[in-house]
Design a binder for this molecule. Structure first.
Ligand code: GLA
Length: 400
């Protein structure tokens, strides 16, 4: 990947010896003095559409990215876990006491300890292990680096321990690690995406039932590309704002007398809004209800092979996040506007918000020009130079 403005990185590594899987194995050998028993990869994700709908029991449509986190691992005796990572100088080691209750391991290793904790809580006999982590998923960019780490560790421990778990059960375990051990009140989208996605497809997930449909999303065949712009805007109070949006949605559902905002049909939105006194609450509800409908409309278009026509829905989703849910920041809005002005079919922020990434649906031949246009708009405003990735829908977590 490159951070030079105006160049879209080719996801295929040129030298397999230096790609992320090679780095994980080398990191393992360096730290533990022996080769790993195996390597497990999990991708970052982008969400095509459906933001802040997952914890409202609604619909999302993410796809996995070619950017991956790889865990090299080997079993060890006893209930002890050692982990090192190329993104930290501090290796961590913990035992049964530290994973007996949330909060005892902190920092990046909490994601690893959280997975061990969640598995043990669910009654699994988790093997002791040594682990080494390498990752191409940028941290803090809204591309689910944390879910990628959880999923890669989970895949490794499940395989090493021969644990009886289906792919359908894994996302909830990873989410539990994040919600209850790390303490971030996220929904089920990211963990589902990084575990259940398939190459060439977007994952249509009903977050209430966890039913999935793999929707063909073959950008290359349609001459299209999704350009991901990592705005590198500092996250501003993202954790607190996320939690407050979630709380606002839950209390709105209570006021409306429904289990979750998913239960307000788009056709009844006007009547539902009329029952709410507070303008801010009305806007939060309007975002969630219209966003669920946009996911359903996007799925219909993709099923009909009409990828280009999805563009206006993406842009409408962005306007809704900006004006009604109020989770965008100027860098994000600028990237969307510049991509649209450069001819993108549609563009929107992807992920939880308050910084992070924008995705733009563009003709493949226009990807570099679109990146240039965004980079120029950033330079004009004195923003940090953005980074660009071309997002080919990739597979979910698997053993290499
Ligand atoms: C973050 C959370 C997800 C989801 C998105 C917003 O990525 O982890 O559960 O709520 O924000 O759509």
């Amino acid at each position: 990947m490159t951070d030079r403005a105006g160049e879209v990185a080719d996801p295929a590594p040129a030298d397999p010896g230096r790609d992320v899987a090679g780095r994980a194995a080398a990191g393992f050998l360096h730290r533990y003095g022996e080769p790993p028993a195996g390597r497990w990869a999990a991708p970052g994700r982008a969400n095509l559409i459906g933001e802040h709908t997952d914890y409202n029991d609604g619909f999302v449509l993410p796809f996995a990215l070619p950017l991956r986190t790889v865990v090299a691992a080997a079993p060890r005796d006893g209930a002890r876990w050692s982990v090192c990572s190329e993104f930290s100088e501090h290796p961590a080691e913990f035992g049964a006491d530290e994973v007996a209750a949330p909060g005892r391991v902190t920092g990046w290793a909490a994601y690893v300890a959280g997975v061990v904790w969640a598995l043990r809580e669910a009654g699994h006999d988790v093997p002791g292990a040594r682990l080494a982590v390498a990752s191409d998923v940028p941290v803090g960019s809204g591309l689910s680096s944390s879910a990628a780490l959880e999923a890669a560790v989970l895949a490794a421990l499940v395989d090493l321990g021969g644990l009886e778990l289906t792919a359908e059960q894994l996302p909830r375990l990873a989410q539990r690690a994040e919600n209850a051990y790390v303490g971030a009140p996220t929904g089920i989208m990211d963990q589902s995406a990084v575990i259940r996605c398939r190459a060439g497809h977007a994952l249509f997930l009903d977050c209430r039932t966890e039913a999935v449909e793999h929707i063909p999303f073959d950008l290359a065949a349609a001459g299209l590309a999704v350009l991901v712009v990592d705005t590198r805007a500092p996250h501003r109070h993202a954790d607190g704002e996320y939690a407050s949006r979630r709380a606002a949605c839950e209390s709105a559902a209570e006021l409306l007398g429904v289990p979750a905002l998913r239960d307000v049909p788009a056709a009844d939105l006007g009547a539902a809004l009329a029952r709410l006194d507070d303008d801010e609450t009305r806007r939060r509800v309007r975002h969630v209800v219209t966003e669920d409908q946009r996911v359903l409309d996007t799925v219909e278009l993709l099923r009909a092979g009409r990828i280009r026509d999805v563009g206006p829905l993406l842009t409408a989703s962005h306007a809704s996040m900006r004006d009604d849910f109020e989770i965008t920041v100027p860098e994000v809005d600028t990237a969307v506007e510049a991509a649209l002005a450069a001819g993108a079919y549609g563009a929107r922020m992807t992920g939880g918000g308050f910084g992070g990434c924008v995705l733009a649906l563009v003709d493949a031949a226009r990807a570099d020009a679109t990146a240039d246009a965004v980079a120029s708009a950033y330079a004009e405003r004195g923003y940090r130079t953005p980074r660009f990735h071309r997002a080919t829908p990739a597979p979910g977590a698997h053993r290499l």
